[in-house]
Ligand binder design. Structure first.
Ligand code: KIV
Ligand code: NA
Length: 279
């Protein structure tokens, strides 16, 4: 497969072909996403939950992002790879944001960065872009701000809040963002924002009117313990946990009953060698 560049993504957008994006958090999750044809792989700070066992994304730090970005880059040879700027790595100043972005590029080896927020980040996005780093903006439900938003809540359900989302999106585009993630908002709001912009939008819980879609890989592959909360927008495309748990349970039972390892999983030794050994 040919390497996906920022130009490839522009061409998909111009053709009206939806851009397929999926998160990955390590080598194998990146590899399977890449060979399964993803245009883009996102090293989201959701790795805090899916790979590090944290309750949310607010605790994720740069060092963790860099380590996971490096392993994802080794696994995804074709996709365009974007890494999240974690909470605390960009808010203090444009200088801090540029430094963090350059670390994700130079140490994490990703191709672009994603930043949560809105209008207030316009000057920061402009500076990161000027440093030669492609920026994806992220508006709507911004999980890093869950404490301020009052939890994981759908955004843009009133005229005024929908207009604010549009203003944020336009401001990020004007600042130089080459793409926007729109998270958890009514489909009509995301579709109208998409129409008004001249850069692609990638929806997650934002309906079918965006320029592409993104999901968290462990969510859409069902790689989590049944009963865990899953947002309404996640379609269960696979049941990885169920298959893994089935196999591991059978392994346990066969270890306990000595059914495993049977002869076919055992190394032979020539009879005369064995006789010598046993003497
Ligand atoms: O962290 C993440 O995985 C994300 C996507 C859900 C967009 O930001
Ligand atoms: Na994220």
């Amino acid at each position: 497969r040919k390497k996906v560049t920022i130009q490839t993504l522009q061409n998909l957008y111009k053709k009206g072909e939806p851009i397929a994006m999926l998160t990955a958090h390590d080598f194998p999750s990146a590899h399977v996403a890449d060979v399964s044809g993803m245009d883009m792989v996102l090293v989201g700070d959701s790795l805090g939950m899916v790979a590090l066992g944290l309750d949310n994304t607010t605790e994720v730090v740069m060092e963790e992002m860099i380590l996971h970005c490096r392993s994802v880059v080794r696994g995804a040879k074709s996709a365009f790879i974007v890494g999240d700027l974690p909470m605390g790595s960009y808010e203090i100043s444009a200088e801090q944001a540029i430094e963090s972005s350059l670390r994700l590029i130079k140490e994490g080896r990703v191709h672009g960065v994603k930043i949560e927020g809105g209008e207030e980040l316009a000057s920061t996005i402009k500076r990161i872009t000027q440093a030669g780093v492609p920026v994806v903006g992220h508006v709507g439900l911004t999980p890093q701000r869950q404490n301020a938003l009052g939890g994981f809540r759908v955004q843009g359900k009133t005229t005024s809040s929908a207009l604010k989302l549009l203003d944020d999106a336009v401001a990020m585009q004007e600042a130089g963002a080459f793409m926007l993630v729109l998270e958890a908002m009514p489909a009509e709001v995301a579709a109208l924002i998409t129409e008004k912009l001249s850069i692609p939008t990638i929806g997650i819980g934002a309906g079918n009117g965006c320029s592409g879609q993104v999901l968290v890989q462990v969510d859409m592959t069902g790689n989590f313990q049944p009963g865990r909360f899953i947002p309404k927008f996640v379609k269960p495309f696979a049941n990885v946990w169920g298959e893994a748990a089935r196999g591991i349970t059978q392994y346990r039972d066969e270890v306990k009953s000595r059914a495993f390892p049977s002869e076919e999983y055992t190394y032979p030794i020539p009879k005369e060698e064995l006789a010598g050994f046993q003497k």
